[in-house]
Design a protein around this ligand. Structure first.
Ligand SMILES: N[C@@H](CCC(=O)N[C@@H](CS)C(=O)NCC(=O)O)C(=O)O
Length: 234
């Protein structure tokens, strides 16, 4: 018998997206906490799994995967049901937006949350104000997609990895940077994203992760800081 996947995670980190996908797919997995209070993501043991020192990493029978988008696509291709398959006409759309989420929205959020990794401290505020504009524009692009019923990849009747990824980004943008005005992202401008966020947070797969990672009662629409029983988000 093949071993379960092992997800190296921290509560409310990008691993949360993968964990929700694993729950949705119904794939068995074990968890290994990366303790952020001890910066374990930079420990030699973790770097041997993900040399980039970022969470998540997923151990599979094919080796270790990292980068959230790559893990999601690999899982979707292996298990089906959460992203258009190779022969589905919707796959082209799906790929465009998956790469956009990973390369643009998620990457922009990363700079917004950790400016010290990208620029000298005295320039952090200027970087953040430029990024805030770009991130609002990224969400606005996604907001326009939702009413387009031909775009099956943003369809809450069968949530996709894109739906999970977008809602996680929406959650974090409402919470972080923690010492920053909480309404910088102006979520009221994205009513379509919020409607689907409300539906997604009622999904049984989300409920499991919400409970286990202490994400609060409305993790996507009105998020509160994670209060996990084990580990910490930052
Ligand atoms: N490009 C990475 C980004 C992952 C990422 O930003 N992970 C954060 C947690 S949400 C992290 O590891 N932060 C700790 C650090 O950078 O030291 C991915 O898509 O997986």
């Amino acid at each position: 018998m093949k071993e379960n996947y092992k997800l190296h995670y921290a509560p409310d980190n990008a691993s949360m997206i993968v964990r929700i996908a694993l729950e949705m797919i119904g794939a068995p997995y074990d968890l290994e906490l990366v303790d952020r209070r001890q910066s374990q993501q930079r420990s030699p043991k973790y770097l041997s799994l993900n040399p980039l020192g970022m969470i998540p990493a997923l151990q599979t029978h094919d080796g270790v995967l990292f980068e959230t988008g790559a893990i999601l696509l690999w899982l979707a291709d292996r298990h089906g049901g959460v992203f258009p398959a190779q022969n589905d006409v919707a796959r082209a759309d799906g790929l465009k937006w998956l790469f956009f989420l990973s390369n643009s929205l998620h990457a922009n959020l990363r700079q917004m949350f950790y400016p010290e990794k990208f620029i000298a401290p005295e320039h952090a505020d200027a970087l953040r104000s430029g990024l805030a504009q770009r991130i609002r524009h990224d969400f606005a692009q996604l907001e326009c997609l939702v009413p387009d019923t031909s775009c099956v990849v943003f369809d809450d009747s069968a949530p996709s990895i894109l739906d999970i990824y977008v809602r996680a980004c929406l959650r974090w943008a409402q919470l972080y940077p923690s010492a920053y005005s909480k309404d910088w992202v102006e979520v009221q401008h994205y009513p379509n994203l919020l409607i689907l966020a409300k539906r997604l947070q009622a999904h049984p797969a989300v409920k499991v992760v919400q409970r286990e990672e202490g994400l609060g009662p409305t993790p996507f629409t009105q998020p509160t800081y994670a209060n996990p029983m084990i580990g910490s988000a930052t």
